[in-house]
Design a protein. Structure first.
Length: 271
């Protein structure tokens, strides 16, 4: 089912590099009071009903260090999600020196994640090492985990640990154990509509390394709320990243060419 495009600007009221950019965006309704869901079912159902099988979103990203603006970027994010697999395509629009820079991330349940970067200056595509998924991407401060979203990956286990209320919203709290004793991620997922409203990445000593939270919502004409802006904090580096969705469309078909490592760099998807 193709869903209507949402233009946020029209509303009255998201190399070892490159928790979600658009994690809160949604397109369908979910029945309330779902009984006895496991952590994996909550995350899978949230991704399915919030993002659909394919989506495209325009993002503005501002990166601050100690409250001083370090950079502004505009980029497109497209994704195709299907039965435990996910393919994510990122295309930089601005600033001029980043225009045409592209990334492709290919995930599959039980498979190692693959990532590629296309450099417009050379016309070449490079395979990326994924040893450190928290390393910066394209100068934005965003990480591989921001692109991949919050679903558990290979060698990670998700557990529903408790329920909690944050900012007036009842949430499931899900713990994802990171591999090799690297710590854990905590996710606060709203019970009503399965948005990820907040996340924390914690090291083995219990120190918070990275946080994410939704800071602004917008309302549709039907009165349903959707996340519009997110904030990511990296305390050790005194970095704050502001991610804002400017335009989004869900339930669409994604061109196969933008998901092909041999073609995604030069493919003219905008027509």
């Amino acid at each position: 089912m193709r869903l209507p495009e949402i233009g946020f600007t029209d509303m009255p009221c998201k190399i070892k590099w490159l928790p979600t950019l658009i994690l809160g965006l949604a397109a369908c309704f979910l029945p309330l009071n779902l009984p006895a869901m496991t952590a994996k079912e909550i995350l899978d159902q949230g991704a399915k009903q919030n993002l659909g099988e394919g989506f495209r979103v325009s993002l503005s990203v501002k990166t601050f260090k100690k409250n001083k603006l370090q950079g502004e970027h505009v980029l497109w994010l497209m994704a195709k999600l299907d039965q435990g697999s996910g393919n994510f395509f990122v295309d930089f629009e601005a600033p001029p020196e980043s225009k045409g820079l592209r990334f492709l991330v290919k995930m599959g349940e039980g498979k190692e994640t693959e990532a590629f970067m296309y450099l417009p200056a050379t016309g070449k595509t490079l395979a990326l090492a994924l040893d450190d998924p928290s390393t910066d991407i394209g100068g934005t401060g965003l990480s591989m985990e921001d692109i991949q979203g919050f679903a558990p990956r290979a060698n990670e286990t998700a557990t529903l640990v408790r329920e909690e209320t944050i900012e007036g919203k009842d949430c499931y709290v899900i713990k994802i154990d990171l591999p090799c004793g690297e710590g854990e991620r905590l996710l606060w997922v709203s019970k009503n509509d399965l948005f990820v409203l907040k996340s924390e990445q914690v090291d083995p000593q219990g120190k918070i390394k990275r946080t994410f939270r939704v800071v602004e919502f917008f309302k549709t004409e039907q009165g349903k709320e959707f996340p519009r802006e997110e904030e990511i904090l990296i305390p050790d580096k005194h970095i704050r990243i502001q991610v804002r969705q400017e335009n989004a469309v869900f339930g669409i078909e994604i061109p196969e060419e933008v998901l092909d490592p041999d073609k995604f760099g030069a493919y003219k998807w905008k027509g």
